[in-house]
Design a protein around this ligand. Structure first.
Ligand code: C5P
Length: 235
């Protein structure tokens, strides 16, 4: 990685953690837009690491080799247009990292402590003015333990599988709902059982169950909670 920006420790951080399919990606982006804050999709960094390893013919199980790849990750997030374009080694990897294969790969590489350590400073460098919304599994517990607002967003595994199924169908990927549910349960298990930075709410997180809530309802609750903590839109 080229030289990283020093984090601005005075910039407020909102962490939104939770399992896959809880809606945190969508919610985090909307919160960032509403507040005019920067946005960190930490899952994308694990997905990019898995993709980079695949491109270099490196086994996801090879912790040292994958950690080296994570340390040297050449990524750019191009925001500004309709959607964020993610470049890996200068090539557009936006769609490639969202494939089911990289969902699996990312959760495998994310279980290695050395890979997590290699991505830590890169994640911290996203803390810049006017503020940051950070989406992931361990944003509130490990990466930004001093965040002013911590949310843990969850939903039942069945509901999360349904949402993912709809998303993939819309993209024209054919998948079985049952297989997705099994994958989600396996991923939850790996993410919450791993020794380093397991998926769990921070002690001071607000837990929000989105199973029966619409996106707008979840967004309103997060923004209300942020406002109670003194965070309002920038500029
Ligand atoms: O959020 P997303 O589904 O894109 O994350 C992909 C994978 O990366 C997750 O299944 C999880 O294993 C891992 N991850 C993580 N810690 C984070 C973000 C993602 O371990 N902060």
């Amino acid at each position: 990685m080229t030289a990283l920006r020093q984090p601005d420790k005075t910039a407020p951080v909102i962490t939104i953690d939770g399992p896959s399919g809880s809606g945190k990606g969508t919610i985090s982006q909307l919160v960032a837009q509403k507040l005019k804050f920067n946005f960190l999709d930490s899952g994308a960094l694990y997905r990019l690491t898995a993709l980079a390893a695949r491109k270099r013919n490196t086994d996801w199980a090879d912790e040292d080799a994958v950690a080296k790849i994570a340390e040297e990750l050449q990524v750019q997030f191009e925001t500004g247009g309709e959607k964020t374009v993610i470049l890996l080694d200068g090539d557009d990897a936006t769609d490639a990292i969202r494939k089911e294969e990289m969902s699996l790969g990312s959760s495998k590489v994310a279980a290695h402590p050395k890979v997590r350590a290699a991505l830590l400073n890169l994640q911290k460098s996203f803390q810049q003015g006017p503020g940051l919304v950070a989406d992931g599994r361990d944003m509130g517990t490990t990466v930004f333990p001093d965040a002013s607002v911590k949310i843990f967003l969850t939903a039942s595994a069945e509901e999360r599988a349904q949402r993912r199924y709809k998303q993939l169908m819309e993209k024209g990927e054919s998948v079985s709902l049952r297989a997705l549910l099994t994958d989600i349960q396996a991923r939850d298990e790996r993410d919450s059982q791993r020794a380093v930075s397991p998926l769990k709410p921070a002690d001071d997180a607000l837990i929000l169950d989105s199973t029966t809530l619409s996106i707008v309802e979840v967004l309103d609750r997060v923004l209300d909670y942020a406002a109670q903590k003194g965070i309002t839109p920038a500029g």
